[in-house]
Design a protein around this ligand. Structure first.
Ligand SMILES: [Zn+2]
Length: 205
């Protein structure tokens, strides 16, 4: 059916509330219309609503297998599967990169979605490598909760205030502790000093 020598890797990235999961579901449904065999995974860490679905904030959902590691995904794959879709890819361990490359070598179409930046405004997990190795990148923007501009940052709030730089990297939540923010409105508390991107030392931005 697919006269190609290798598969492909597509990455859908952006901040929270940018529509990543909706876009992933859209691509899965489109493949299903073409009767291509799809397996969908999400990280078992993300238990916001149900563990068996990808949950988009818009209310869209799609059945998914919850996996705690790249190895668990590999163990679950069926030989007839052509498309492997993985949501919340940033939560997976470092073995997710070689797994994606292995699947591409097996002529599979791999579609992953996830946060490219963490709450500190730094590249998240293995996303930089996946973005570099991908065939196609879709970077989605949310709307800044403060000013309405395009937003690519995920702002974590603790009791309504910007989280501290040294807080734990992973904290599952939704609207109550995360907002989408533009570069100008994104804030992080660093070493007890309230800081904005204007004097944020990492990357000199
Ligand atoms: Zn803004």
């Amino acid at each position: 059916m697919h006269n190609v020598s290798k598969g492909t890797l597509e990455v859908i990235c952006g901040s929270m509330f940018s529509g990543k999961s909706e876009e992933l579901i859209r691509r899965i449904r489109r493949a299903e219309f073409a009767q291509q065999h799809v397996q969908v995974f999400k990280h078992s860490l993300d238990t916001r609503k149900t563990i068996e679905h990808i949950n988009a904030h818009s209310g869209y959902k799609y059945p998914a297998t919850a996996a705690e590691s790249a190895h668990a995904i590999k163990e679950s794959l069926l030989p007839e599967t052509y498309i492997i879709a993985i949501d919340e890819i940033q939560f997976f361990d470092e073995n997710i990169v070689p797994l994606c490359m292995e699947l591409i070598g097996q002529k599979k179409r791999v579609i992953v979605a996830g946060l490219d930046l963490d709450f500190r405004g730094l590249p998240f997990g293995k996303m930089p490598e996946l973005l570099s190795l991908s065939d196609n990148v879709t970077k989605l923007k949310a709307v800044c909760n403060n000013c309405g501009a395009d937003a690519h940052h995920t702002q974590r709030l603790v009791s309504g205030k910007p989280a501290d730089f040294n807080d734990p990297l992973i904290q599952i939540g939704a609207e109550d502790c995360y907002q989408a923010r533009c570069r100008n409105c994104f804030e992080i508390t660093y070493n007890n000093y309230k800081s904005t991107q204007k004097n944020f030392k990492f990357y000199g931005i």
